[in-house]
Design a protein around this ligand. Structure first.
Ligand code: S3P
Length: 182
């Protein structure tokens, strides 16, 4: 048995605010563990045949949230993989419960000014359009951290390279599974 085999038994779900690296870290984590990678945002876009900004503009945020909920429920039926969720997904109590029952969840957490700097570079997030990213992230942190804290594990990342975060996640998952099997 290789040392990652226990980590491949359940889907690993990454949650956390925009810009924390759920997708880029998730992709590298999946490669390291030799698991498939899924990105909930991309799957919602594929299902809707539209980009996220288009979904928000054409159909509204509520429709996006409903699509997100359905997509994640479908993905959680699939064999174990690494799943990056959008920042709002874990706010749905139904999604949270599903993730708790079918997967292991990791909250990726970083200082808000690090996140603000990262998200400032892109135009793909409708919740940030025309707004000060740090202000949006502060409000989201206040609203969302109590729910994110329900994740099985929390990994604090700094402004570090993704492979460092991947190592931190693997260590945290390994320790968690070991403590559970005792
Ligand atoms: C959102 C985060 C985005 C995307 C959508 C809404 C949010 O995903 O799902 O723009 O509510 O925080 P990322 O966290 O991958 O940026």
């Amino acid at each position: 048995m290789d040392r990652f085999e226990p980590l491949r038994r359940r889907t690993i779900v990454l949650v956390g605010l925009m810009g924390v690296g759920k997708s880029s870290v998730g992709r590298r984590l999946a490669a390291a563990l030799e698991l498939p990678f899924r990105d909930a945002d991309s799957e919602v876009e594929a299902a809707a045949g539209r980009t996220i900004p288009e979904i928000f503009a054409d159909l509204g945020e509520a429709a996006f949230r409903e699509g997100e909920r359905r997509v994640i429920a479908r993905l959680l039926e699939q064999p174990p993989h690494v799943l990056a969720t959008g920042g709002g997904a874990f706010m749905s109590p139904e999604t949270r419960e599903l993730i708790k029952s079918k997967a292991i969840s990791v909250w990726l957490k970083a200082e808000l000014d690090v996140l603000a700097r990262r998200v400032g570079r892109k135009e793909t997030r409708p919740l940030l359009t025309g707004k000060d990213p740090l202000e949006v992230l502060k409000a989201q942190a206040e609203a969302r951290y109590p729910s994110y804290a329900e994740a099985d594990l929390t990994v604090e990342t700094g402004d570090t390279a993704h492979h460092v975060t991947v190592d931190q996640i693997i260590r945290a998952l390994t320790a968690h599974l070991e403590s559970q099997s005792k």
